[in-house]
Design a protein. Structure first.
Length: 245
């Protein structure tokens, strides 16, 4: 007789009412409308979110924000801990995440968001804590503006620009020195490197995760903070890079 079965027999004789309630709880049917959702694997959830949610059903204060909400939650934890003077966001698209970061800085009572994007045709945001730079992230004039804005400031950087490995790696090399010690360089959408080309998430080229892995081989000032992936469903595998020196 197994230990669990022996315990059940003892419970039956000592307090059958409790055993009855436990049995009813085990046999209670899962509510039909949630049965399918509760059986999704992590992979299936990522496909579901990518195909049906992230591009048209995620917003912040009415502005589309192309983010995984679990990552967005981790961002606010990091921003609260670091309390940066400057958040550099490479790639803003509609500006929902830009507004989100700016609103968090309002709550902190300090800081600016510097939004870098090559195209403002979809951008929808104006905010007193947002500075926009329109142009390529690696252009000399863009770098010159960043140098002026970040001088003597604590900096956190979030990369959501061109996802090709070569461009991501160029940006990491270019912007790494702006990031303050004990702050973060966050590289988004490395999830695409974990899927196959043509499956809806994967691409037929190396992306951000491949860039991060190469960057870490040549720059020992940063380490992967895997604790920021504790919710498992992240778009940023190995993408939360903490500067340690």
């Amino acid at each position: 007789m197994t230990k669990k079965l022996w315990q059940a027999v003892l419970l039956l004789f000592s307090n059958p009412a409790i055993l009855f309630r436990l049995a009813i709880r085990k046999l209670r049917p899962m509510r039909k409308e949630y049965r399918r959702l509760n059986r999704l694997t992590l992979r299936q959830w990522l496909f579901y979110h990518h195909r049906h949610i992230v591009f048209n059903k995620v917003s912040w204060m009415g502005v589309p924000a192309l983010k995984n909400p679990l990552d967005a939650w981790v961002y606010q934890e990091i921003i609260y801990e670091v309390k940066p003077d400057i958040i550099i966001e490479i790639g803003s698209r509609y500006g929902g995440s830009t507004r989100y970061f700016a609103d968090l800085l309002v709550l902190l009572g300090k800081g600016k968001v510097v939004s870098i994007d090559i195209d403002r045709s979809c951008y929808m945001v104006e905010h007193e804590r947002i500075v926009t730079i329109t142009g390529p992230s690696s252009a000399p004039e863009t770098i010159a503006e960043i140098i002026a804005l970040c001088r003597d400031k604590s900096v956190l950087l979030i990369h959501d620009g061109d996802h090709h490995k070569e461009q991501v790696l160029t940006d990491l090399r270019t912007y790494a020195n702006f990031v303050s010690v004990n702050s973060y360089l966050i590289v988004e959408d490395g999830i695409m490197d974990l899927f196959r080309p043509g499956d809806g998430i994967g691409k037929d080229y190396d992306g951000p995760l491949a860039a991060v892995e190469e960057f870490l081989k040549e720059n020992t000032n940063f380490v992967v903070d895997s604790s920021r992936e504790r919710y498992i469903l992240t778009y940023n595998p190995k993408g939360f890079l903490k500067r340690i020196s």
